[in-house]
Design a protein around this ligand. Structure first.
Ligand SMILES: CC(=O)N[C@@H](C)C(=O)N[C@@H](C)C(=O)O
Length: 718
């Protein structure tokens, strides 16, 4: 087993491995494909995620392959929130975040041509709107008009200045008039401390987004004011002929529920028509439609449709809206239980911009296929679905599609991320795509082996309604027996409706290179296996998921070279919930446990989480906005919570929380901490400031890993 000091150095080395944040083909036509990319790595010395840009030129050497003829050196990027090329490739819009002389945050919208900056607008000083949203995958948008004369973006609504009742200089502002427009510019009395609901975890400062239009020539900014008041716009794109804008509108009445990781929020696709000054829903306003992406000829757009209410994540329906006919059709419907290894349905929160082929028929999108991230080519006319092969056998995710050229990211548990380029083959030949790496990927970790394990529930654990369901784990281990400590980290994911895929993950690689094998369990209820798997867990959390993880662990111990006395467990959020359940239900099985922001008591969480619907739904209860966690609901929630087993826990527990977590409040961990302290069970509570639900601040993430490693090795038999 490596010493802590050795693992610190190993962390320092692996943390430097960069990961592509985005990569796009430049639309400036030329003899070669110019690919612009932005990479991110963890800079431990600066305790910051640092971004750098890299550009490649790739020439087609044959119908299918590319040869990279030029690669720029990495160029560190400073403060770029958005960097969007215009349709012709001649202009570029950059949103830059700067700290002003008085330490205030400033945002500049910059318009560049090929050689100079044409506009440099200090937008917040204009007081037209609040902060421009970053690329959060939901509301943030920056889009060029087809004409390249205008830029749309999403920012926070500008609120009237709040005035104290006691401020003398505005004594003339009458309280009963302060709501009237003519007095608003002076300010509004009594609003200083009124709560503005935000969209929950990961959406700090995002209360009410508005759509802004910048005139690129004049620098004038206007706010589109005919978006329905009850709607928060996002995924905003230009309508054909720049006749208006089309967007996802999330309903924020009667109150906002957390939106991140949740595709079950009430939302619709809207069209705001400039000429008619109307804004109409193009999909069911009571549904959960999102993410319109127009075809190159603007004849139609594709969008995703989910179940409103119900599980936070699940299989989505891919639909197409015909702009002329004004009607939607289903292209890929929801899949309940796929045929053996068959297409499991579409699992994506958003559809990438520019996902269409030039024939206006096919789209290229990312999705999940059991335990792997995949790229699908979907023919929106024939509805044929083709899974493209990965380049390295692990995950592949689409970055950009333009002019039938695809840029994708590949990785595997033993292969850090790298970019590939490929030419989309003709219809029906897609499987023959050839990928060409854009640069030599970081060295493969030859000392890590990985495989996907399939688990079938034993007879007594078969789901009464969904009796054919199986599940999987991603298992990784040191390739060199001498390097292996024969120890196992059991690692259930959170959600619960999420999934571990075969991508490169820093913590998993570090555990493995420190001598552990790692079992990442995709228990029934994970996404990517069909909707029936997701729904099989509702009402069964704390039982079906717990038994699935334990069975997977016991199976691996029986088949692999693992010492049953050297098994530890760790998980985050619902994964922390499962960790706490497993050490309570199998008290002598795990030698040490770590929970990151764990759900410990579903009942007490329901009053303070940003997703109170989750607490009802996962416990098999109906949820309405007016639902109250009354005595009956609370007792059902308690009956599924791990805290009930605390008297059985013997395993030493380390709790790690992000103090700004809005998803699973830190008090959840504190409940378990106190209960264990009172029972004299070894427990350690680490609280990271400036971290939310995922503990990913560079220095916190690093400290957390070393603490986890030390906690495990302190309690494992040497
Ligand atoms: C929907 C959701 O956020 N559920 C939490 C309880 C959870 O488990 N979150 C996952 C995604 C995590 O790992 O944080």
């Amino acid at each position: 087993m490596k010493k802590v000091a050795e693992v610190v150095e190993l962390y320092r080395k692996l943390a430097r491995i960069p990961q592509p944040s985005w990569a796009r083909i430049s639309k400036s036509l030329g003899s070669c494909a110019v690919v612009n990319s932005v990479w991110t790595y963890r800079d431990l010395e600066r305790a910051d995620k640092v971004q750098f840009a890299k550009t490649y030129c790739a020439n087609k050497t044959s119908e299918a392959k590319y040869e990279v003829t030029f690669t720029s050196r990495p160029q560190e990027l400073a403060n770029e929130q958005w960097n969007v090329e215009s349709p012709s490739g001649n202009l570029r819009a950059i949103v830059r975040k700067i700290t002003g002389k008085k330490n205030e945050e400033k945002q500049f919208v910059e318009i560049w041509n090929g050689s100079q900056k044409l506009q440099n607008i200090d937008v917040l000083s204009l007081e037209k709107h609040g902060k421009i949203y970053d690329n959060d995958g939901y509301f943030g948008s920056v889009e060029w008009s087809h004409s390249e004369g205008h830029l749309l973006y999403v920012a926070e609504l500008k609120y009237p200045k709040a005035i104290s009742f006691f401020e003398k200089k505005h004594a003339d502002v009458k309280e009963d008039e302060t709501k009237k427009d003519e007095t608003k510019e002076k300010g509004v009395k009594g609003e200083e401390y009124v709560m503005k609901e935000e969209w929950g975890e990961g959406m700090v400062g995002k209360h009410h987004p508005v759509i802004c239009i910048l005139d690129v020539d004049t620098g004038d900014i206007r706010i589109l004011d005919n978006v329905p008041d009850h709607v928060s716009p996002g995924h905003v794109v230009w309508a054909p002929d720049d006749s208006g804008v089309v967007f996802t509108g999330w309903c924020h009445e009667p109150y906002r529920l957390g939106v991140i990781y949740c595709i079950n929020r009430q939302s619709a696709v809207y069209y705001l028509d400039f000429q008619k000054a109307t804004c109409e829903a193009l999909t069911d306003p009571d549904g959960a439609a999102r993410c319109p992406v127009f075809s190159p000829d603007d004849s139609s757009f594709v969008f995703l449709q989910s179940n409103r209410k119900g599980p936070h994540n699940h299989c989505s329906c891919l639909c197409k809206y015909d702009w002329q006919k004004k009607e939607s059709t289903v292209v890929c419907d929801i899949v309940g239980t796929p045929k053996q290894n068959g297409f499991p349905g579409v699992y994506e929160v958003t559809i990438p911009r520019d996902c269409w082929s030039t024939d206006n028929k096919r789209i290229v999108i990312g999705s999940l296929w059991r335990s792997q991230a995949v790229i699908l080519v979907i023919n929106t006319e024939t509805k044929a679905v083709i899974r493209l092969p990965s380049d390295c056998g692990g995950d592949i995710s689409v970055c950009h599609v333009w002019n039938d050229v695809i840029i994708a990211t590949c990785s595997a548990p033993n292969q850090p991320h790298y970019l590939v380029i490929g030419q989309l083959p003709a219809e029906g030949q897609e499987f023959n795509i050839q990928w060409s790496p854009l640069d030599s990927p970081s060295a493969l970790f030859g000392d890590i082996l990985w495989k996907i394990l399939v688990h079938r529930p034993t007879k007594e654990r078969i789901h009464p309604k969904y009796d054919t369901l199986d599940y999987e784990s991603v298992f990784i281990k040191p390739s060199n027996a001498e390097q292996s400590s024969r120890s196992l980290v059991v690692f259930p994911h959170g959600g619960p409706h999420s999934v571990f895929t075969t991508e490169f993950m820093l913590y998993a690689a570090l555990f493995c290179q420190s001598g552990f094998s790692v079992l990442m369990v995709n228990y029934r209820g994970s996404v990517g296996f069909g909707n029936d798997s997701v729904f099989s867990l509702l009402g069964n959390v704390g039982d079906q998921d717990v038994k699935d993880v334990q069975a997977a662990a016991e199976e691996v111990i029986s088949k692999e070279d693992i010492d049953p006395n050297k098994v530890v467990i760790w998980g985050g959020s619902h994964g922390g919930f499962l960790t706490a359940h497993l050490i309570g239900q199998y008290p002598s099985f795990y030698k040490a446990a770590v929970c990151r922001n764990p759900v410990i008591n579903i009942a007490s969480m329901s009053g303070s989480t940003d997703i109170c619907d989750w607490n009802f739904t996962e416990c098999g209860l109906e949820f309405e906005y007016k639902s109250l966690a009354d005595g009956n609901s609370m007792s059902i929630m308690w009956s599924k919570s791990p805290l009930q087993y605390v008297d059985k826990i013997q395993t030493p527990v380390m709790l790690m929380i992000g103090l700004d977590d809005r998803r699973v409040p830190p008090k959840q961990s504190y409940e378990l901490y106190k209960a264990l302290k009172a029972r004299k069970v070894p427990v350690r509570y680490i609280a990271y400031p400036d971290n939310g639900h995922p503990i990913v601040k560079v220095d916190s993430e690093a400290d957390a890993f070393i603490n986890i490693y030390k906690w495990f090795t302190d309690y494992l038999p040497q």
